[in-house]
Design a protein around this ligand. Sequence first.
Ligand code: GLC
Length: 540
Amino acid sequence: MIQVLHISAECYPAAKTGGLGDVVGSLPKYMTQAGVLSAAVIPKYSLKWIHGREWITVYSGAIRSDWRTIHFSVQQEKSNALGFPFFVVDIPGLYDRPGIYNDPNGWAYGDETERYLVFQQAVLQWVISFPEHERPRVLHCHDHHTGLIPFMTKYSPDFRALAETPTVFTIHNGQYQGAFSWKNHNILPYYDAWARSYLDWKGAVNPMASAIKCAWAVTTVSESYLYELHENSLGLEPLFRLEWQKQWGIINGIDAQVWDPSTDAALQFRLETDSQRSTVNGQQSTVNSQQSFDIQGFKQKNKRVLCEWFGLPEHLPMVSFIGRMVGEKGSDLLPDAYRTYIHAGGSASFLVLGTGETWTQNEFRAMSHQYPGRVNAVIDYNEALAHQIYAGSDFLIMPSRVEPCGLNQMYAMRYGTIPIVRSIGGLKDTVPDIAEPDGAGRGIRFDQPTLSDIGHAIHRGAAMWHNEPGIVAMLRQRIMDVDFSWENTVGRYFSVYQQIGGRVEVVRQEQLAKAVSSAEVSTKARGSEPVAKKKGRGKK
Ligand code: GLC
C-alpha cells in the first residue's frame, strides 16, 4: 500500500528544471527504502524521458473546469525505474506540451492557473477511487502548483472523503506563490462558501498562502530558510508568523546513489581507491582495510578534461557556476564580479553552465570571447556536463539572493569541489566557513550578494588554492566525507507525519534501522508501530 503520495510539478528524471525535480525524484525512493512505501505523481508532459517509457493506465476520470469537462487518465510507469511507484496524470490539451512551465522559446504557458487546478483535482479524484483502507496516509504536496490540495481536501465537497487525510506542504521556493485573480473563480472546484478566506490573500487566490493556512504541516527545505520566510516572504510574513506552530525546517538530502563519484557514469574519471590505482599502474596493490581514496588524482584528471574542453589553464584555480540564471541565484552579479577580479590581476579561471535570463546569458557568451583562457560558458541545460564540472572544478560559486536549500553545493562537496557561497538559507546550514573556530569548515562564505563580497570570497579561495595546497587537500577530503544522503533525513519527515496524525508505518524491520537511528527516533519502533517519536529539527 502506498503510504505517502508526493504530488509535484517536477520529478527527476522525468521532468526537471531545478532542485524540486531532484528532491521529488529521490525522496520517495529513500522513504521507500526506509520501509515506508512512497510514490510520486506529476503531470504527463510531452518530454523525452516520458516518451521513452511504458505506461499503464490505472485510472480514468473527468474534471469540470467552468463549462468544460476535461478528461484525464492516471498512468503508472511500468518498470518501476525510479525505485518507487511513479505516476503521471495525462490531461490532453493542458500538459501534452514540450515544456514544464515554459515553451521551448522560454515563454511561460499562459494557462497555468487552469493547468494546476485540473491536475490537483485529478490527483484527488484518483486517490478517492482507492478502497478506503488502501488510500495513502499522507498527501505530501510540493510548492504552489499543488498548494490548493490542502484546501480542497478540507472544503471541497467533491474531495471531502479525504478530509481526514493529513496533508503536508513543502516549500522549495517561496518566491513563486501561484496567485491568481478571483476572476478565475469559475474554474475553481466547488467549495464551502464560508471557507472562501482560506483561498484568499490580499484580494487574490493565493495557493501558497492557502497551503500555509490549510495544510496540516508546512515544511521548508532548510531551517534557516524557514526563519527567513518569517522575515521576508513577499507579503506572506504575517501568515508565516501566525502559523508558526505547524512549521518545520528539514534540510534536503541528495541521492547519494546517483551522485557517487566512484560509480558516476557521466564522469571521464571516477574516484578510485589507492589500491585500484596502483593495480591500474601495474604496481603492487596496497589494499588496506581503510580503503583510502585517490582524491587528488580524481580531481586532477577531471580538471584536466575540463581544461582541454574549455581552453582553461590547469595552473589556475577553476571557479564554476552551475544553475539557472535567474535573479534568485545571483548569477547576474557574476559577469561584473569576474571582470573586476580579472582586471585587478586576480589569478583564477571561470566556467559557467546554465540557462536563464537573456542578459546574463549574453554577458557570459561575450566574456567567453573577451577573456579566452579565463572565462568560458556553456549556455545550456546539460545534466551530464554538470557532473563533470562538479568533479573537475576547484570551487563552485553560489551568490544566491535567496536559497531555500541548494543542492549544488552538496553535489559539489561530494565531488571534492569547495563551495563559495552566500550566507543564506540552506547554504548557511550546510557550508560552515573554513575560518570558523571549531575546525568544521567546509567552504568559503560571504554575507551579501554584492560585487565586493563576491570578489573578496573569490580572492580568499584563489589565495588558499595558490598558497595552501595542504589545506585544500584536507578540505577536499573533509567535504567528500560528509554524508548528505536522504537516509539521514527521511526520519524527520516521518516524525512530522506522525505528529500530525499520519498513520505511517515502517513495514520492513531490517530497513528501519538506519532511518530510525539517524532521525533520533525510538529504536524500539517495529513492525506496524509508528516510526518516529521526536521532533526532528536538528541541523545537518
Ligand atoms: C528550489 C530551491 C533550492 C532547493 C530546491 C529543492 O529549487 O531554489 O534552493 O534546493 O528547490 O528543495
